[in-house]
Unconditional design. Structure first.
Length: 552
């Protein structure tokens, strides 16, 4: 049996892989409508092979009314015409495989779009019907059911319940939506729902995908009785404590992941499941990657860690130990389509809760150049760690968060649902620049883009950085090549004693020094030959810089 890349003995490729997240709306547009699409991605795949990533992960491109940028799926087994066709998907997969890259797709099991045929059937069929049993419909409270069944809030702001009008025209039941009202939650105790998702997995596995990134993998099962709950604000300090909520991290989800594990394993050991599970502490998250469940989980504790020696060292140690204890690799991630880009986030001087976004007048914004230097230092530290790493499109270009997005251009449902109190996630989703001198910076053949691009992005364009020593793109390319050459993803980490404010580690012959202190470090004190640095070095390793040194 050969795997998707024609490798005779399938390997645990994912244990050390660098997986690049493509956000299809914003990667490359082939038809000039201002929204990225699958042919656009295929056309630009060479650039990712050139970068040196092992796999791509595609955020949703399925049929969807796009109320949550495609995380509101109306048909799990078809491509939305906005993005192309199933044939376009097959062409993309074939091209990626030819270039030696695996393909991971998103799957969104917690909810469907309200346009999904199941939800439309549930609305039409009325209370007590088998169609309604696929979702979480309940009677309201109050004298005539005019109040929601409980006090749960949507992750995007506002109530997590919406009342429907019954087929006879009367005000009726309420349905649960942990996200937007256009994303009704599925009832996962329903065997019809479970069996249908088994088929969806097989549909994409049969088309050759190498795995699934599982959306809201901590959701799906809700506590019996749906008790009231008042959430705590999630920040870095709360990641140590275990909180229990009636809609996240319920024990019942694990049975579903064991079932999915079996579906995927039937296609060979090289197909994977990756959990998007906002669960803390790490010991709890590790339950998602036990040997008979998923293969990897995003390490959001790492993503949320500040640029601080003690915090970083602790989360790195805890991650390696905790995931290692269940036989799973750790993963590392700094940016994705839900958080402020790390070129801006890591140098903020004010807290930035997830989903809050930033604008030009936000408090605590860093100087752009400083933010990028710090981000590059953080990236070089991350890419030296053993385990799998995730990159988010545009970070290799050093893109900062886009701050200047007018309210009427904002599309994240969070913005409307909180009446502008939370800006949402649009700032990290702006179409990326390819060519400095082309309309829309070469994103597509027209000047149109679904979110406005900043006027000063020409220097970030890929063609302005390719082959330029010291550019962000050049640093990422070199890092991925060296990481592979030295086997850092499968290596072993040893901490080395270092001055205050400095992280120093060895990983299989490479010494990594991250200077988080405010002071310069003489390079002569570090020994070894410089393999790669996050910024040009003279005699010292300056603050906010990381260097890789050869170390016998
Ligand atoms: C997590 C996804 O990453 C996010 O973009 C989406 O809005 C929610 N899940 C709901 O599907």
């Amino acid at each position: 049996m050969t795997d998707s890349l024609g490798v005779a003995a399938p390997t645990d490729w994912w244990r050390s892989a660098v997986i690049y997240q493509i956000y299809p709306r914003s990667f490359a547009d082939s038809n000039g409508d201002g929204v990225g699409d699958l042919p656009g991605i295929t056309h630009r795949l060479d650039a990712l092979a050139d970068l040196g990533v092992d796999a791509i992960w595609l955020s949703p491109f399925y049929r969807s009314p796009q109320r949550d940028a495609g995380y509101d799926v109306a048909d799990f087994c078809d491509v939305d015409p906005l993005f192309g066709t199933l044939e376009d998907f097959d062409a993309l997969t074939a091209r990626a495989h030819d270039l030696g890259m695996r393909v991971v797709v998103d799957i969104v099991p917690n909810h469907t779009s309200s346009d999904h045929a199941w939800f439309q059937a549930a609305l039409a069929a009325g209370p007590g019907s088998p169609e309604r049993a696929r979702y979480i419909f309940r009677e309201g409270t109050g004298e005539s059911g005019e109040l929601p069944p409980n006090n749960w809030e949507s992750v995007f702001g506002g109530d997590a319940w919406t009342r429907v009008t019954e087929p006879d025209g009367t005000p009726g039941q309420w349905y649960l939506h942990l996200f937007d009202s256009s994303q009704p939650d599925l009832e996962w105790t329903n065997e019809g729902v479970r069996a249908d998702f088994d088929d969806t997995l097989r549909f994409w596995l049969d088309r050759g995908v190498d795995g699934f990134r599982v959306d809201v993998a901590h959701g799906l099962v809700k506590e019996d009785g749906l008790p009231d709950y008042t959430p705590e604000q999630l920040d870095a300090s709360s990641l140590d404590s275990e909180t229990s909520s009636p809609h996240f991290a319920q024990e019942g989800v694990h049975e579903i992941w064991r079932r999915w594990h079996d579906v995927v394993a039937a296609y060979g050991p090289d197909r994977i499941l990756v959990a998007e599970a906002w669960v803390h502490p790490l010991e709890r998250m590790a339950d998602w990657v036990r040997p008979d469940e998923m293969h990897q989980a995003f390490n959001f504790g790492y993503l949320m860690a500040a640029w601080d020696v003690a915090e970083l060292r602790r989360i790195i140690d805890d991650s390696l130990a905790t995931f290692g204890a269940v036989g799973a690799p750790s993963t590392w991630v700094l940016s994705n389509h839900d958080v402020v880009r790390h070129a801006t986030r890591l140098a903020l001087t004010e807290p930035n809760p997830q989903g809050h976004g930033l604008a030009t007048d936000s408090a605590g914004l860093p100087d752009v150049e400083h933010g990028i230097l710090r981000a590059r230092a953080a990236t070089l530290l991350m890419l030296a760690l053993p385990g799998g790493a995730y990159l988010y499109q545009g970070e290799e270009l050093g893109l900062p968060e886009a701050l200047d997005i007018p309210g009427d251009a904002r599309q994240d449902p969070t913005w409307a649902r909180t009446n502008g109190e939370r800006l949402g996630r649009d700032g990290c989703r702006v179409p990326i620049p390819w060519e400095a001198d082309a309309p829309a910076y070469g994103f597509g053949p027209s000047a149109s883009t679904w979110l406005p691009q900043p006027a000063d992005w020409a220097p970030y364009a890929r063609d302005a950085q390719r082959g330029i020593a010291g550019s962000s793109l050049d640093m990422y390319r070199s890092a991925l090549a060296l990481r592979k050459r030295h086997g850092l993803g499968t290596g072993t980490l040893t901490w080395i004693e270092a001055p205050d404010g400095v992280l120093m580690l060895d990983n299989d012959g490479v010494r990594v020094v991250a200077n988080i202190s405010g002071a310069d470090l003489p390079l002569a004190d570090l020994g070894g030959e410089v393999l790669l640095a996050s910024r040009p070095l003279g005699d010292v390793l300056p603050a906010d810089a990381t260097v890789w040194l050869s170390h016998a």
